[in-house]
Design a protein around this ligand. Structure first.
Ligand SMILES: Nc1ncnc2c1ncn2[C@@H]1O[C@H](COP(=O)(O)OP(=O)(O)OP(=O)(O)O)[C@@H](O)[C@H]1O
Ligand SMILES: [Mg+2]
Length: 507
């Protein structure tokens, strides 16, 4: 095939990791002026395929052609020379350097050189053309995550990318930021670029993709044009007939709440670099209650979770757990009392990449699995297997290093570990991030079941639909303070959205 509008085509791509066939892709292509979404369950092989196209992995078999000509892509440098750029989740920017310096550094390994003045002019031109509104002189460390992503995009385009691959770019973006990204993507499409977008959010796929390739167990099972696709059809392709039919969202029924599980009284925490201090947070959570936490991430959610877990001490105010003063309890005591924590980034906070999955599963379980100096691995595996299967997740790959797990599989491990022992209080920050649609449902159902068992749940999310589905009450965090508290009758996006941005009309 030599269609000038096709930027890249891959055929017969096979990639094995030991016995695992991570990719067996008959055909995949991306054209100019086209957004191709890559969809599929956790571990389906999406990131692997993209890393092959970007030269990060060598395929065991298969051919790739760019603009109709067969090419070898042995490294990301090769990929960049061929006009292929990729944006990973963990951005590779240096926080202390200005935006323009970061970009200049990245361009330095390209064969051509231009002076700094000329470079800055080109950057500003391109940014203006794509309406990427960022100040090139600011240090990257001062930018919000959505703006850092724009810098990454700019960087790849200035390096000459005609095809941009984005691996779950919206996973860490607030809804408004995601909207901004989609505007940028459509500008790029108009300008003739080709785009590959990985996301688990079906709504995003249906809103912006021209074609949708669905992966299952390493293969692309179908590629649909947008007008052939709808949610049920995509779910069937991803999970099969049966699984798609079983999908259900829990229903919130007003229950009688039990005794006090958590009580925070006028909590104030210190202002530290990189942290949002809590400013007089008072919150009461009872057994059998799910309290949703709405708000753009970075408004004190992480600090609130750390405070409850005993990782952060208050300067002022008190914390009670189940009626006892827990202000000075250590994290060990708090965990031993049955507090589970799902942190917002499993890789930096909950899992150690160099350790095996089995070791990560035993971590944080305190003395539970200790027999003398040794650990009872049989019990670890039995408990974790049970917990994973209760959540409908496949059995964890116990021997694998956490570092090689797919993003969603890592999140599944953290969830299986934290929910294994019927916790009495669950502090969950964005627990469904990176999960495929079915696993995300399973997590919401698990939180609802925990509530039915009389656990108390604090559940932060940027997805209001998800919060509305299972919360008994929603608080809005803004700038380290509670900006509003809402009961189900006022669960509407506009009311809560107004509190999120500071126009309060809370009850
Ligand atoms: N370097 C590696 N070594 C061994 N196995 C790997 C390696 N990289 C990926 N895998 C495995 O290949 C499979 C596919 O992983 P991949 O990251 O491509 O999935 P994915 O579709 O991106 O999933 P997710 O939606 O969870 O991000 C997984 O089972 C993963 O554990
Ligand atoms: Mg992935």
């Amino acid at each position: 095939m030599n269609d000038p509008t096709v930027i890249l085509e891959a055929r017969g791509i096979v990639k094995r990791f030991g016995p695992l066939v991570a990719n067996d892709v008959a055909q995949f292509s991306v054209g100019a002026r086209e957004i191709v979404a890559l969809l599929g369950e956790n571990g389906a092989g999406k990131s692997t395929l993209c890393k092959i196209l970007y030269g990060y992995y060598r395929p065991d078999a298969g051919e790739i052609s760019v603009a109709g000509r067969p090419v070898r892509i042995d490294s990301p440098q090769d990929a960049r020379r061929l006009g292929i750029g990729m944006i990973f989740q963990n951005f590779s920017l240096i926080p202390a350097l200005a935006v323009w310096e970061n970009i200049a550094l990245f361009l330095a390994d390209l064969p051509w050189t231009i002076g700094p003045g000329e470079l800055r002019r080109r950057m500003a031109d391109l940014a203006a053309r794509l309406r990427l509104d960022i100040d090139l002189r600011l240090p990257v460390g001062r930018l919000a995550v959505g703006d850092r992503q724009k810098v990454e995009i700019l960087k790849q385009l200035l390096a000459g990318a005609r095809l941009l691959i984005l691996d779950e770019p919206t996973k860490v973006l607030a809804p408004q930021e995601a909207e901004g990204l989609f505007k940028t993507l459509s500008e790029l499409r108009e300008e003739g670029y080709g785009l590959v977008l990985i996301t688990h959010k079906l709504r995003e796929v249906l809103a912006c993709a021209d074609r949708i390739a669905v992966m299952r167990q390493g293969r692309i099972v179908d590629t649909l044009a947008r007008d052939e696709a709808d949610e049920p059809r995509l779910l069937r392709l991803m999970f099969g007939e049966e699984a798609a039919a079983k999908r259900s969202t829990p229903r919130r029924v007003t229950a009688a709440f039990g005794d006090s599980a958590l009580r925070l009284d006028r909590i104030v925490t210190a202002a530290e670099p990189g942290a949002v201090p809590l400013r007089g947070v008072s919150l009461a959570l009872r057994e059998g209650e799910i309290c949703g936490v709405a708000g753009v991430s970075g408004n004190g959610q992480q600090e609130l979770a750390e405070l409850i877990l005993g990782l952060r001490r208050p300067l002022d105010g008190t914390k009670e757990l189940w009626g006892e003063d827990a202000t000075r309890w250590t994290i060990g005591t708090i965990r031993a009392r049955g507090v589970a924590s799902i942190p917002d980034d499993p890789l930096t906070l909950a899992a150690i990449p160099g350790l095996s999955v089995r070791e990560n599963l035993a971590l944080g379980s305190g003395k539970r699995y200790r027999t003398g100096v040794a650990l009872d691995w049989h019990r670890v595996i039995a408990d974790m297997g049970r917990s994973a299967s209760r959540l409908g997740f496949p059995p964890p790959a116990y021997g694998a290093r956490a570092a090689i797990l797919s993003g969603g599989n890592l999140q599944r491990i953290v969830l299986a570990r934290e929910l294994a022992h019927d916790p009495r209080l669950i502090v969950a920050l964005y627990p469904t991030r990176g999960l495929d649609a079915r696993s995300a449902d399973a997590v919401r159902i698990a939180l609802d079941e925990a509530r039915a068992r009389n656990a108390a749940v604090l559940f932060a999310s940027e997805d209001l639909d998800e919060l509305f589905a299972i919360s008994d009450r929603i608080i809005v965090l803004r700038g380290g303070a509670i900006a509003g508290t809402f009961l189900p009758a006022s669960f509407t996006p506009d009311v809560i959205g107004r509190a999120m941005v500071g126009i309060a009309d809370a009850a």
